[in-house]
Ligand binder design. Structure first.
Ligand SMILES: [Zn+2]
Length: 240
């Protein structure tokens, strides 16, 4: 049974035809495609207004024109009967932000990791407007020289939405801005070398990098009872 959370819904883009059917319209990024049978696919689209939507894309595997591809940005409408398990998408791709990444190994790995994390960790039909904007920024900047930092910043943004707001500006123990060498796994806040001494085995070593964010992501996954996506597990810290 599909359950809807009306308080998250932007009513400008919501149409309820009758008591049994509804339609959501937004813009979004196609983040996941799984084949279903020989012609169709089940898609996940991260939308600006409704967060992650899951639904059927009819004919996605056999489309010759306008074939749906992961990384496309476009206009989406999602129709669902309230008593059915899966909605149905109409997908109108405007641009493929992944096209320029396809020949580059590392940016592509980062994109795949980000999409897998979104598909795994975000609940469906809950709006994440800032993370949506940050995801577009990620896709637009993965080809630049600092793609490691771009991706790390995106993960910090994801962690904030998941309830792990990292604060590296001052020591959580004494407030100093100096010698911030550790991070508390419990509070997500920096700890100076003095305050860290009694707890050093329990703290993460700064600087913040993908090994550290990975440990927070593992905790978020554990809380939700899901596995960290394998593409994220394989992501190693970039060699500059
Ligand atoms: Zn301190």
């Amino acid at each position: 049974m599909v359950q809807f959370a009306p308080f998250f819904i932007n009513f400008r883009a919501l149409h309820i035809y009758n008591m049994h059917e509804m339609k959501l319209e937004s813009v979004g990024v196609l983040i996941n495609l799984q084949p279903l049978g020989e012609r169709d696919s089940v898609a996940r689209i991260f939308t600006a207004d409704f967060g992650v939507l899951c639904g059927l894309l009819r004919g996605a595997q056999v489309a010759r024109k306008n074939k749906p591809l992961v990384g496309q940005v476009g206009a989406v409408s999602w129709n669902a009967r309230l008593d059915s398990q899966l909605g149905v998408f109409h997908w109108d791709a405007e641009k493929n932000l992944a096209a320029s990444l396809m020949m580059r190994y590392k940016p592509l790995e980062y994109m795949n990791s980000a999409f897998a994390l979104l598909a795994t960790l975000l609940p469906e039909r809950e709006q994440y407007q800032k993370l949506y904007n940050d995801t577009l920024i990620l896709l637009q900047n993965l080809m630049c020289d600092s793609c490691d930092d771009v991706y790390l910043n995106w993960e910090i943004s994801l962690l904030r939405e998941l309830g792990y707001a990292l604060n590296l500006l001052s020591c959580s123990g004494c407030g100093t801005h100096d010698n911030l060498e550790y991070l508390s796994p419990r509070t997500g806040r920096a700890v100076c070398s003095n305050c860290a001494t009694p707890y050093i085995d329990k703290l993460y070593k700064l600087p913040l990098n993908l090994d550290v964010t990975c440990r927070f992501l593992e905790r978020a996954c554990m809380t939700q009872g899901v596995d960290l996506p394998s593409v994220r597990k394989m992501l190693v810290r970039g060699v500059k």
